[in-house]
Design a binder for this molecule. Structure first.
Ligand code: 13P
Length: 259
């Protein structure tokens, strides 16, 4: 599977940081032409980042409404993100589940909306520390897959982001064994829900991915890419992570990629 290296800037980034996008795009184009690289940004930056990236890397959003349009002040639809130049969107990030009360049903509706607009949905799941300590990590993530991934999803319009909440921004990492066990479980759940299509959906790992650990994470055959928070803000760090990806052919996410 073509690994996907995705960044998530979260609520960070103004115009003066677009040079980080330029640096990533220039280096990916020059040295990693077959690595699939996506940076998800605050909606306010998307259009300018798309112009800066100029097709060399893909740009995505961090959330979208399930609705197309209407009286939803402050929200934006997947169609609006697409119109701004995005080709992907994160849905169900734990920041949204925790701080905005998003349920699996809400996340599934947003993933459906992404598909409707032709955006790749990065559907995030993950357990809390308490859930892991109680021995429930696998069942929690299995339930999130069953509830958050719409039945009509295909491998070309969805990616799963496994992000254990206790690893996000903490510097704490699951062991390789824990990542392998969880990713194998997610694969089994996807296959159970989606049959052969479930075999093809990429499963990204996220949570404290850094240049220092990217190689060992991306070397795991169960890991099809990474979702990077803090380390995606600095082009040097993010590029080091991109370089750790085994490069294959034919990127799929980047519809803007130069021919
Ligand atoms: P960190 O890489 O900063 O731990 O964040 C992970 C994340 O939440 C990406 O979506």
């Amino acid at each position: 599977m073509q690994p996907l290296i995705a960044g998530n800037w979260k609520m960070n980034g103004v115009a003066s940081q677009l040079h980080e996008i330029e640096a990533v795009a220039a280096s990916v184009k020059a040295t990693l032409p077959s690595t699939e690289v996506l940076i998800c940004l605050p909606a306010t930056l998307i259009t300018r980042a798309v112009q800066t990236a100029a097709g060399r890397i893909a740009i995505g959003g961090e959330d979208c409404s399930a609705e197309i349009s209407g009286p939803f002040t402050g929200d934006f639809s997947s169609e609006m993100l697409k119109d701004a130049g995005a080709c992907a969107v994160i849905v169900g990030h734990s920041d949204r589940r925790q701080h905005h009360g998003e349920t699996d049903a809400v996340v599934a509706a947003k993933a459906k909306a992404a598909r409707r607009a032709g955006l790749l949905a990065i559907i995030c799941i993950g357990e809390t520390n308490a859930q892991r300590l109680a021995g429930n990590a696998l069942s929690i993530c299995g339930d999130q897959i069953a509830g958050s991934v719409p039945k009509e999803m295909t491998a070309s319009d969805a990616v799963i982001g496994y992000e254990p909440l206790w690893a996000i921004g903490s510097g704490q990492m699951p062991t390789s064994e824990q990542i392998i066990e969880m990713h194998a479980h997610i694969r089994a759940c996807l296959t159970q829900c989606f049959g052969a299509e479930g075999q093809k959906v990429r499963i990204l790992y996220g949570g404290s991915v850094k240049p220092s650990n990217a190689h060992s994470i991306l070397a795991l055959p169960q890991v099809d890419g990474v979702l990077v928070g803090g380390a995606s803000l600095k082009s040097e760090d993010f590029l080091a992570i991109c370089r750790a990806a085994p490069a294959l052919n034919s990127p799929t996410v980047n519809s803007q990629k130069e021919q």
